[in-house]
Design a binder for this molecule. Structure first.
Ligand code: AMP
Length: 287
């Protein structure tokens, strides 16, 4: 296995990437505290990159996308073990920059309006979150100009907004979504799961179980999906922040393929998850 290099400044990064053509760059952007979910993105990048390509993982806790200062302060920071995980997963370069390295001319240069989709669901619950997220993703894409960037379906609205931005700005990067990695009991892996107490951890299973129940009910139509989701949530005493059915990639017209998005607080830990929903007909009614 080749050695994984940790770089911080832009100068170090450029040095390491000298001679690496843009078409050979495969990037996974993270906020660190890496787990098996991130590893799935990295492994996919490694496979696509082959022996010739260079896999770059960014580790940067982006203050712009936090709308709650306490959440930002307590976000786990585990760079040393992140580099070890990255090394094992076959990463070539970990870039862990400061804000000045990400935004040498200030963030305004990359300020990006998420548009109407950015005001819905996660955007409504966390004002400014998607603007901050897009701003940093655009800064990283501009700095690295990768051929491909990988993002988790776990953050489905984020993935849709990144695809939209890349298309609207005609950025030279392909965006690939990677399926959600789950614990054996269904809980989607998240850096925030470490904050759950044992009891909250059991309750948190209700989120994925609700989604699986909704997915199974899809043959009976839209109303049945909501009924199934709500029944499981109430059995687990989970009050959702929102649960919404959107078209695949947030397409607004009626589609057979949809996504159920769900967000809820368990204790004071806010969790999000989603699942693919396939209806028998485009109207979402039973065939
Ligand atoms: P984060 O470090 O939480 O910002 O996540 C970095 C990337 O990893 C994002 O593209 C996430 O969607 C993705 N990701 C986080 N958790 C998972 C998971 N359980 N399965 C797949 N991808 C994930």
């Amino acid at each position: 296995m080749s050695q994984c290099t940790l770089v911080h400044s832009r100068a170090e990064l450029q040095d390491r990437l000298t001679g690496v053509d843009f078409s050979r760059r495969y990037v996974v952007m993270t906020m660190g505290a890496l787990h098996r979910g991130h590893a799935a993105l990295i492994e996919r990048a490694r496979r696509d990159a082959g022996d010739d390509g260079v896999v770059i993982v960014t580790v940067y806790v982006n203050a712009l996308q936090f709308n709650d200062d306490a959440d930002l302060q307590r976000y786990p920071r585990t760079l040393e073990s992140d580099v070890q995980l990255a090394q094992r997963a076959g990463v070539d370069v970990v870039w862990a920059p400061t804000a000045d390295d990400v935004f040498p001319n200030g963030p305004a240069e990359f300020d990006t309006d998420p548009g109407a989709i950015g005001d819905l669901y996660e955007g409504a619950s966390r004002p400014g979150h998607f603007r901050g997220m897009l701003t940093v993703v655009r800064a990283f894409i501009t700095a690295l100009q990768p051929a491909v960037a990988y993002f988790g379906e776990k953050d489905y609205q984020q993935l849709a907004l990144i695809k939209q931005m890349v298309q609207q700005l005609q950025l030279p990067t392909a965006v690939v979504g990677v399926p959600t990695v789950r614990e054996a009991d269904g809980l989607a892996l998240s850096s925030r799961n470490v904050f759950l107490t044992e009891r909250q951890r059991s309750q948190a299973c209700g989120i994925s179980r609700a989604l699986f129940a909704g997915q199974a009910a899809a043959v009976h139509g839209r109303a049945a999906v909501f009924e199934a989701v709500d029944a499981v949530l109430s059995a687990y005493m989970i009050e959702p922040d929102y649960r919404a059915l959107v078209g695949e990639d947030f397409a607004v017209d009626a589609r057979q393929r949809a996504r159920m998005l769900l967000a809820a607080k368990v204790g004071d830990v806010r969790l999000i998850d989603n699942i693919a929903i396939e209806f028998a007909s485009t109207s979402g009614e039973p065939a």
